[in-house]
Ligand binder design. Structure first.
Ligand SMILES: [Zn+2]
Length: 240
């Protein structure tokens, strides 16, 4: 899938689905990006975040091209042809673009990353390092598990029940559901991003577990996917 908000913006971007199978190698990533008619892409363009459920965001240097950046869940770049990449299967993929200052970011919005403040960290870094004005920033929110299906396990519930994040709880029958989408929107808006500049794809990975991948669905039905822990990938890069 691609976001309307990023069309005609001199960007390389897209989110893969299960027809490209699990996106764990550069080879698959390149195949996917080429299917979107982005030519001349090689593994040296790709940068992956290692994704450790932190709120750390890395500003990419030229030397990061072609590598996986350790111990971070977010990447920022203003270097054309660097394509920032994250993988997920229920966590929230967040793609960010400042068209004025020509800066991009890709975030792995796991619940833990979001609760620790990864969105604020990313926007603050864009403001500090690239003079981004949040009012200009465009955001795409990719497929993730939504409040229709994301119930908290006992441990997560206990972790959050006495925090400000309990406002994202929704009680249904015996379960507590958590509204990740609302948390993402609230954080973006708190960072100064305009609602009209946020495009949510509105896809739930659990509802659409065949088209995307859902880790929670796989926990319940281990045999639904042939791969062990399949992930789809989200990409954003500046064209030269
Ligand atoms: Zn759902």
């Amino acid at each position: 899938m691609q976001f309307k908000i990023f069309k005609n913006k001199n960007l390389i971007h897209g989110i893969s689905d299960s027809s490209f199978s699990s996106m764990r190698t550069n080879k698959q990533a390149i195949k996917f990006l080429k299917s979107l008619a982005y030519k001349n892409i090689s593994s040296k363009n790709l940068i992956w975040a290692q994704q450790v459920f932190s709120s750390r965001v890395h500003i990419c240097k030229q030397k990061d091209s072609g590598k996986t950046v350790k111990n971070v869940d977010g990447l920022i770049s203003n270097i054309p042809e660097q394509i920032l990449s994250t993988i997920s299967a229920d966590c929230v993929p967040i793609l960010i673009y400042d068209p004025k200052q020509k800066v991009i970011a890709a975030l792995h919005g796991g619940r833990k990353c979001l609760v620790k403040g990864i969105i604020k960290n990313a926007i603050d870094k864009m403001v500090r390092n690239f003079k981004t004005n949040p009012k200009n920033v465009l955001v795409g929110i990719g497929p993730h598990i939504r409040v229709c299906h994301y119930w908290l396990k006992e441990r997560s519930y206990k972790e959050l029940k006495n925090t400000k994040f309990k406002k994202y709880f929704i009680k249904r029958k015996e379960k507590i559901f958590f509204d990740l989408t609302k948390l993402v929107f609230d954080n973006l808006i708190k960072s100064g991003i305009k609602r009209k500049n946020i495009e949510d794809c509105k896809i739930c990975t659990y509802c659409k577990y065949k088209k995307y991948f859902s880790a929670r669905k796989q926990e319940q039905s281990p045999k639904i996917y042939k791969e062990k822990k399949p992930r789809f990938a989200s990409f954003i890069g500046l064209k030269i």
